[in-house]
Design a protein around this ligand. Structure first.
Ligand code: B12
Ligand code: SF4
Ligand code: SF4
Length: 311
């Protein structure tokens, strides 16, 4: 099959599955990205996420020996910005609908089934979305899907930063893939994300997780330092400030994808009654990304947010 036809069909299949863009690249990373990760780890910017030290992160091919191609998918998820409200907690935009890990798992399974049939090979793919030790953003930049922002996020040319990544590695060679190695700074003199980050977690193109609300409200198993909790303007789970202020997100409509709509998940704001209901019936969290924090963790976040007991 001519290669342009395969690339065109991959695009069509991705669109049918609900993806908003797709990029195809080699499953190797420029030395600059590997060095940046090593430097970041050396500075302990991964805080308590010790699993990030696993060397497999430096070479995507460790995940699928013999991999020749990486196919990266973009899911646009933006929701309405909501104001911080007394005695409520804001859920970050990405977490208001269905859990994207489940959404992507389903889409990737279907994509792989289609792809293997198309190329006439079996067991030639390995899916990833967030949980695998792959530098997804670096691969997405290399695939030409956008560039790194000073807020650390991938800035997609058309969609801005409110996107989620997933992809597959495959041992099938797709010729004519993109390999953008350039890591040119593109934010110019803008520093809005750095200036507005309430906890001072950002320096250009670098984030110190130990200062990031997103890390403390989602990932960390340790108590939230009082100094950080005091600067939380109203988030219960995750944080979107460094995206909300980014000019690349101005005039971008919320997604029309049902997968990420609040009606299919937990919604944008939670109050104490809802948190109590969740404690009584934790299954309410099962389909949403908030299950990572569990009912107990969310109640803890609430207490630190409204200073109801010392963190
Ligand atoms: C660990 C992690 C976190 C940690 C650490 C975040 C971080 N910045 O690394 C915490 C818990 C804080 C976090 C928070 C969030 N996360 Co997170 N996270 C990850 C994870 C698992 C690994 C990221 C990683 O490898 N970091 C290591 C650093 C070194 O990599 P990097 O940030 O990409 O750094 C590159 C650039 O800095 C560049 N670089 C270095 N110097 C320079 C200089 C110049 C000039 C240039 C141009 C570039 C450059 O090189 C580095 C290496 O490529 C990925 C999933 C995955 N497997 O990749 C999701 C992921 C990055 N997270 C994601 C999301 C959505 C979020 C949140 C928005 C969630 C929320 N609303 O609360 C926040 C955003 C916080 C932020 N501003 O980054 C998405 C981002 C999608 C996107 N469009 O970019 C990902 C890709 C998950 C997914 N599958 O969609 N996350
Ligand atoms: S997610 Fe929030 S706390 Fe973390 S870097 Fe962005 S603005 Fe700062
Ligand atoms: S807010 Fe400005 S500096 Fe930050 S990522 Fe967006 S364009 Fe870049």
């Amino acid at each position: 099959m001519p290669n342009e036809t395969l690339i065109r069909d991959i695009r069509l299949a991705a669109k049918e599955l609900g993806y908003d863009d797709v990029g195809i690249t080699k499953p190797t990373l420029p030395q600059a990205d590997k060095d940046a990760l090593k430097e970041w780890l050396k500075k302990n910017h991964h805080a308590g996420m010790k699993w990030m030290e696993r060397p497999v992160r430096l070479d995507p091919k460790e995940l699928l020996p013999g991999a020749k191609t990486a196919i990266l998918f973009i899911s646009y998820y933006r929701q309405e910005e909501v104001p911080f409200t007394e005695k409520k907690g804001v859920v970050a935009s990405y977490a208001r609908g269905r859990d994207y890990h489940n959404v992507h798992k389903r889409r990737l399974k279907q994509f792989i089934r289609w792809f293997e049939e198309k190329v006439g090979e079996e067991d030639c793919c390995r899916p990833f979305s967030d949980a695998s030790p792959i530098m997804e953003r670096a691969l997405a930049v290399q695939a030409g899907l956008g560039w790194f922002g000073k807020n650390n996020l991938l800035i997609h040319r058309r969609l801005g930063t409110f996107t989620l990544l997933s992809g597959i590695l495959t041992t099938v060679e797709v010729e004519g893939t993109k390999v953008v190695e350039e890591r040119r700074p593109r934010c110019g003199t803008c520093t809005k994300c750095i200036d507005h980050c309430p906890t001072g977690a950002l320096s250009p193109y670098e984030l110190d997780s130990s200062r990031c609300l997103s890390y403390h409200l989602i990932e960390s198993k340790e108590p939230i330092p009082q100094e950080i909790a005091a600067k939380n303007p109203g988030y219960l789970f995750g944080c979107d400030i460094c995206q909300d202020v980014c000019p690349h997100n101005v005039r971008k409509e919320p997604t029309d994808s049902k997968d990420f709509s609040p009606e299919n998940g937990i919604g944008a704001l939670l109050d104490l009654n809802q948190l109590n209901e969740i404690e009584e019936d934790p299954e309410k969290l099962y389909v949403t990304p908030l299950k990572r924090r569990k009912a107990k963790g969310l109640s803890y976040n609430w207490k630190t947010l409204w200073n109801e007991s010392a963190p």
